[in-house]
Design a protein around this ligand. Structure first.
Ligand SMILES: Cc1cc2nc3c(=O)[nH]c(=O)nc-3n(C[C@H](O)[C@H](O)[C@H](O)COP(=O)(O)O)c2cc1C
Length: 187
């Protein structure tokens, strides 16, 4: 993940290509219950104004994160799953009746697949990307982008050209788990 960006804009065709790939991710019943709000230029400043207090910025460890020319907001939409699973070929599952009936929140899972695809596609093009949580100011962000009720904001993705002076994240020193997490045949 990249946390320091050049402010140089990304060409609109590149953003379109990344989103085109993201929206090819798998989804339950091909519900595609995801939405991506793309913020650029002034809109990214409004995002930061809503989510990062000005006094916290002075001590913020990654000031050049705020230079990312693009912020993509991924939203998961459970309503589209209820609609899809109420259709004739899916109604027998009972999943169209209530989100309580779902064994796992597939809207979150599917939107996460799409986010991962976007991250991989960006990296493959030599761009930098960071997925991060929106811990503050979500209400303001939702108002800003006119997000309808019921859609769930999963976080935010900063996109842009990485700076060589990027400072790694606080968790970067943790070793990648492999033997502890891969279980062949049994736990
Ligand atoms: C659900 C999720 C939330 C994350 N939230 C943040 C965040 O709020 N701030 C941040 O700097 N990185 C965040 N990250 C990025 C992780 O820290 C990063 O993926 C991990 O440390 C591996 O980094 P690397 O790919 O650079 O090695 C988040 C990642 C995920 C998947």
């Amino acid at each position: 993940m990249t946390r320091s960006f050049s402010s140089e804009p990304i060409e609109p065709e590149v953003i379109d290509d990344l989103l085109d790939l993201a929206t090819r991710a798998p989804s339950a019943g091909k519900s595609q219950g995801w939405h991506f709000v793309v913020l650029e230029g002034e809109q990214t400043r409004n995002f930061w104004d809503a989510t990062l207090d000005v006094d916290k910025r002075r001590t913020f460890a990654w000031p050049r994160l705020l230079d990312a020319p693009v912020i993509v907001l991924p939203f998961a939409d459970p309503g589209q799953y209820l609609e899809r699973y109420s259709q004739n070929d899916k109604a027998a599952t009972g999943l169209g009746e209530s989100i309580e009936n779902w064994p796992a929140p597939y809207w979150t899972i599917d939107t996460s697949f799409a986010v991962m695809t976007l991250l991989l596609a960006a990296t493959e093009r030599g761009l930098g990307a960071l997925f991060f949580g929106v811990f503050n100011g979500e209400v303001r962000v939702r108002e800003m982008v006119h997000a309808p009720d019921g859609v769930q904001l999963l976080g935010a993705i900063a996109l842009g050209r990485p700076l060589e002076t990027d400072r790694v994240g606080r968790s970067a020193g943790r070793p990648r788990k492999f033997t502890d997490v891969v279980h062949r045949g049994t736990w």
